[in-house]
Design a binder for this molecule. Sequence first.
Ligand code: FAD
Ligand code: 2HG
Ligand code: ZN
Length: 471
Amino acid sequence: MSNLHPDLLQRLHAAVGDAGLVSDSEAKAPYETDWLKKWTGRSSIVVRPADTAQTAAVMRICHETHTPVVTQGGNTGMSGGATPDSSGAQVVLSTVRMNAIRAVDPLNNTLTCEAGVLLANIQAAAQAAERFFPLSLGAEGSCTIGGNLATNAGGIAVLRYGNTRELALGLEVVLPDGRVWNGLRALRKDNTGYDLRDLFIGSEGTLGVITAAVLKLHPRPVARATAWVGARDIDALVGLLAQLRATCGERLVAFEMMSAESLALILAHVSDVRAPLAGEHAFHALIELADTQDDGLAALLEGGLGDALEQDVVQDVAVSVSGAQTQAFWKIREGISQAQMRAGKAVKHDIALPISAIAAFAHEAEAALRVAQPDVRIINFGHLGDGNLHYNVLLPLDTTPEVLAATTAQFNRIVHDIVAAANGSISAEHGVGQLRRDELRHYKSEVEFDLMMRIKQSLDPNQIMNPGKLI
Ligand code: FAD
Ligand code: 2HG
Ligand code: ZN
C-alpha cells in the first residue's frame, strides 16, 4: 500500500468501519481480476460502503486526496471497466453491501433499489409483486443493477423492452467530490432541463457512483412460445425477423442468432446440452414470443414459422412443447461465453448496425478476415433482433499475449472499419471500458470527443473516476 496518501487509510476506516474495508491481498484478489480473466490489476484497498452516506464520505476523501476510484458491482463486465490498473494506487469501491430494495410501487409500476442489488433479485421482487422487470442477461445471477445502468446493458429482451436506459426512471448518484445528486424521481414525464439521468447511464463509472435507482416495471407475461430454427444464411434470418415483427408485433420478445460454428463450440464445451435440430444449418435462431394473455401465442408462432418453412426461408423448426425444452434452448444460448472461454482466447467485437445492413456486414467482414487469416475462426452470434452482433474471433488457448494484442489490433481495424462505414457502433452493449477505449478515440468525431471530454472535466476535475477507462 506504498502509493496511498498518508492518512487515507485512517480516514476511509473512519468512514466505513472494519466491515467496509478489505486490505488483505488474498481477500482483495477477486476484485482485481475480471470475469473473463483477461485483466488483472492491483488495488490499494477495496472499500465497501454500506449506504449512500458512506459512499459520499468515501468520495469526499478520495476527491480531497486525489485518489483514483474504480467502482465495481458484480464484476461481470466484458470490457475491463471494473478492474483497477497495475499501479496499486487505485481504490476499488464495491457496491456489494448496498443491496436493499427500498420500495415496490405496483400502482406506479416502479421499484426503487440500491445499486448493488443483483439483477436476479430485482426480477424476483418484481415477480413477487405480480409485475415484471424485463432486463435479462446470462450474468443476471451475479451482475448488479448499478453495473447494468453504468454500462447501459442490453441482453435478450431489448427488442421488446429496450436497453437498461429505457427501464430507468430516476437515479441517485454520488458525484466525484462527494456531493449527492438525488434524482430518484418515479416519473414518466419530467422535462425540467438537461437530462442528468441519461448522462450517468452508460458512463461506466467515469462520472460518479450510482447508488440507487427507480426502475420501470411492466405487466407480467403469462404466456410464452419459443422455437429454434435453422437457416442457410444470415440473410434468411434477417428476412424472418422482419416477417415475424410484422405478424407478431410487440409479442416478439427475443430473436437471438448464432452461426453453426458458435453452436458447435457450445455443444463441445458446455455440459448437458444437445443439438436442437437434427440436420446441419449454417445459421440458427432462438425466437420467443410472450404476452400477458394466452390467446393462441403458440399458434401464432407456429403459423409464422410454418409460412417461413413453406417459403423456404428456413429449413427446419423446433417449436418448444414444454418448459423443460424451452429451458434447454436457452441453456444453449447462454452457454456461449463459457464455451469461448474454455475453447480459446476471443477477440471480442460487440457491434451494432441497422438490421438492414447486418447481412452485408457479415459477408464483407468474413471475406476481409479470411484474406488476413484464411483459417480464421469466426464466432458470430448475438441479438439479431437489436442489430447487435458479438462478432468474435477465436484464437488458440496458447496464444501469447503479444500475438493476441497484434491480432486484436489487426482484426479490430478490419471489423470496426466496416462497421463505421455502415454507420454502426463499435460498442453496442458491453461498454467501452479499457478494451475499446483507444478504438473509441479512433472512431469518434473530434466534436463528439470534445463534448465528452468537457463533460468529464466539469464533473470530475481531479480525474479520479475510473481513469484509463472509456475516455
Ligand atoms: P461491473 O462489471 O462490476 O462493472 C461494469 C462497469 O460499470 C465498470 O466500468 C464499473 O466501473 C461500472 N459500475 C459498476 N457499478 C457501478 C455503479 N454503481 N456506479 C457507477 N459505475 C458502476 N451484457 C449485456 O449488455 N448483455 C448481455 O447479454 C450480457 N451477457 C453476459 C453474459 C455473461 C455470461 C457475462 C459474464 C456477462 C454478460 N454481459 C452482458 C456483461 C455484463 O454482465 C454487463 O455489462 C453488466 O451490466 C455488468 O454489471 P456488473 O454489476 O457486473 O458491473
Ligand atoms: C451474450 O450476448 C453476451 O451472450 C456475451 O453479451 C457475449 O461472450 C460474448 O462475447
Ligand atoms: Zn450480448
